[in-house]
Design a protein around this ligand. Structure first.
Ligand code: ZN
Length: 272
């Protein structure tokens, strides 16, 4: 459990701070032509996203199979299957809003690669880069050492949560907010972003818990591990303390819905 968590935790530490070149005046989506809502960029995109009113994510048959220790092939298949389930779940969820939905791209890598969001250390489990809407998943010996499906599914669903934030305009709000902010403010914004991804990931995990499977004892062990260790991978407090991560994971898992995942209006103590 510990190894698996430790190896899969690192994710968007570089991408979220570097991915974004705040653009001006390029709001995708034309209301008139497509019937879609223009992508919101302001604070309301984060604080009152229509996603919070979409109810529980669909329960679905999501057979992702097993990851065999040391088997990169089995890990790739597992990740792809989880991403397929995430695509189905979030497509349904976005249909309940007027926001456009598209799949993220998925890229596996065994080595350090350059992304449009900066260089990605291969030791990290993965990351999401918003400028090319790609989830990068590391396939490394470390990752494959102790593969616990529930931990990996949570980690993948967290990265996908960043894609959801991108599609909902939350990432743009984040980017424009931190553009000129001082360091402490940047970290505070980053924590709200990351903790929300934790929560969205756990909401999804709840809905596939029966298939994965995620037993109750397993879930509790995972949360307990995160509570004690979740912050230890990060040199700066940009992902929140372990207890904050555990709190938002619980909220997502208990509700199975994005409704519990509004970190943007939460008191600072909850996003510490
Ligand atoms: Zn993240």
């Amino acid at each position: 459990m510990e190894t698996a968590n430790a190896s899969t935790s690192p994710d968007v530490v570089t991408s979220v701070s570097q991915q974004v070149t705040p653009l001006t005046g390029t709001t995708p989506g034309s209301t008139a032509a497509t019937g879609r809502q223009a992508l919101p960029r302001d604070r309301a995109a984060a604080t009152s996203s229509p996603l919070y009113r979409t109810g529980t994510l669909p329960t679905m048959n999501c057979q992702a199979g097993q990851i065999r220790a040391g088997s990169a092939a089995s890990y790739r298949i597992f990740v792809q299957r989880i991403v397929n389930c995430l695509n189905r779940a979030w497509k349904t969820q976005f249909r309940k809003t007027k926001l456009a939905f598209s799949h993220p791209k998925l890229r596996f890598s065994t080595t350090k690669v350059n992304t449009p969001c900066g260089r990605w250390p291969s030791s990290a489990g993965g990351l999401y880069c918003s400028s090319n809407r790609t989830i990068y998943i590391g396939v490394t010996r470390e990752v494959l050492k102790n593969p616990y499906p529930a931990n990996h599914a949570q980690f993948i669903a967290h990265e996908y949560g960043h894609h959801v934030q991108q599609l909902a305009g939350i990432m743009d709000y984040y980017a424009t907010s931190v553009w000129r902010a001082k360091s402490a403010t940047k970290l505070a914004f980053s924590r709200r972003l990351e903790l929300q991804a934790d929560c969205l990931g756990s909401a999804f995990l709840r809905q596939i818990a029966g298939d994965l499977p995620v037993e109750q004892a397993q879930w509790e062990a995972m949360v307990s591990w995160v509570n004690s260790n979740g912050h230890k991978n990060w040199p700066k407090n940009d992902h929140g303390k372990g207890r904050s991560q555990a709190y938002w994971m619980e909220r997502g898992f208990n509700s199975g819905s994005p409704s519990g995942c509004n970190t943007w209006t939460a008191p600072t103590g909850r996003v510490a």
